[in-house]
Design a protein around this ligand. Structure first.
Ligand SMILES: [Zn+2]
Length: 77
């Protein structure tokens, strides 16, 4: 979940993990903790035709989610 400043340009002020609610750490304007950001516009052949869904996950919640996958995540190094 993102909270935006009310400036003319939409700047992300705060980011919270949608799963655990933790705020992603920031120092000044820079995030010092990485997170997953997902944005999906659902298509005509879904039950959510044209809805845009967004969420953020902290790294711990991302790891827990991935650990529940039957097929592991592809990792490129
Ligand atoms: Zn989390």
């Amino acid at each position: 979940m993102r909270q935006y400043t009310e400036k003319k340009r939409k700047e992300t002020e705060k980011v919270f993990c949608n799963q655990c609610g933790k705020e992603i750490r920031k120092q000044g304007e820079m995030f010092v903790e990485d997170y997953l950001c997902v944005e999906k516009r659902w298509g005509y052949f879904s039950k959510k035709d044209n809805e845009v869904h967004r969420f953020e996950l902290c790294e711990d919640c991302y790891d827990k989610l991935c650990a529940s996958f039957r097929i592991p995540v592809d990792i490129e190094k």
